[in-house]
Write a protein that binds this ligand. Structure first.
Ligand code: ZN
Length: 289
């Protein structure tokens, strides 16, 4: 099934919801980052939620999420564009812990239980939004729930899950964000809480072949679900040869001079997609003038 993101409302517009299956997106990012099972789950959950947050925006808007915990992963950095392009990076991808007591990948142990979650939104025309909260669980979804409540004052339910196969490929990934609109009644809040508490794990629903629409239909049974938009969500890096050359130019004349004299060229690898760019001696010389 192709990755897809949907935007919907329920309870007569008092609730808005975003849901996506991200199996291919997470699969490609994890392959490029060479993540092992536990770090795949942590990175995959962050990629999924960042893609959902980016979908709340428009045009050229971008969202950058940084999770810095005291666990062995060190950091997870993901950026997402309103058009659906998402990429992610972790400095320590080789983490594979035994399953936790609930039989799930031990994301908390990889990420750490204390640290920060920060979100930077570039909304064009030099308009920036920055929010930061402490990590409250290290399991990612709960940390974003806390972020929405405290940094954006929007009561939300956030779920994201990843199933990693024995060969480390991604079997299923996806998630949803459900938010209460201002003025939602107590009755709606109670009903929603009940539905979410009883809801099965999103990754197993996706593994069983449910589309994002099926998942929201299950969640909002008899609650006036309306799907307003279907949008793509996919892995795409923003790097290019041009950007890489600009970065090398920024190192300064002395550094470039020594690359020419000692190495007769340069090699640069993008952290996000692992693409390697070979720069010739002639290209380096052209940067000096
Ligand atoms: Zn790249």
């Amino acid at each position: 099934m192709q990755d897809m993101l949907i935007k919907a409302t329920a309870f007569n517009g008092m609730v808005r919801a975003y849901a996506a299956n991200t199996t291919a997106l997470v699969g490609e990012a994890c392959e490029r980052q060479d993540t092992w099972a536990t770090s795949s789950a942590a990175l995959g959950r962050t990629l999924t939620i960042t893609g959902l947050i980016a979908a709340m925006h428009k045009g050229e808007d971008t969202v950058t999420v940084k999770i810095e915990g005291d666990g062995p992963m060190g950091a997870i950095i993901v950026d997402g564009h309103a058009n659906g392009a998402v990429r992610g990076y972790t400095p320590h991808p080789h983490i594979d812990f035994p399953l936790n007591s609930a039989g799930k990948l031990d994301v908390k142990r990889a990420v750490g239980e204390s640290g920060t979650l920060s979100v930077v939104k570039d909304l064009g025309l030099k308009d920036y939004f920055t929010g930061q909260v402490p990590l409250v669980s290290g399991e990612i979804s709960e940390d974003f729930t806390y972020y929405f409540a405290n940094s954006e004052q929007t009561p939300s339910a956030v779920a994201a899950g990843v199933i990693v196969d024995t060969d480390l490929s991604i079997k299923a990934a996806g998630g949803f964000i459900v938010q209460l609109m201002p003025g939602a009644s107590e009755e709606v809040i109670d009903q929603l809480e009940e539905k979410i508490n009883e809801f099965p794990s999103i990754s197993s629903l996706i593994e069983a072949g449910n589309s994002p629409e099926d998942i929201l239909a299950l969640l909002f049974k008899d609650a006036d679900l309306r799907v307003h938009e279907k949008a793509p969500v996919y892995f795409q890096c923003q790097c290019s040869r041009e950007k890489m050359l600009t970065a090398i130019e920024g190192l300064g004349t002395e550094e470039i001079q020594s690359m020419i004299e000692e190495d007769h060229g340069a090699e640069a690898t993008c952290h996000f997609c692992n693409e390697t760019y070979q720069v010739t001696e002639e290209e380096l010389k052209s940067l000096l003038f």
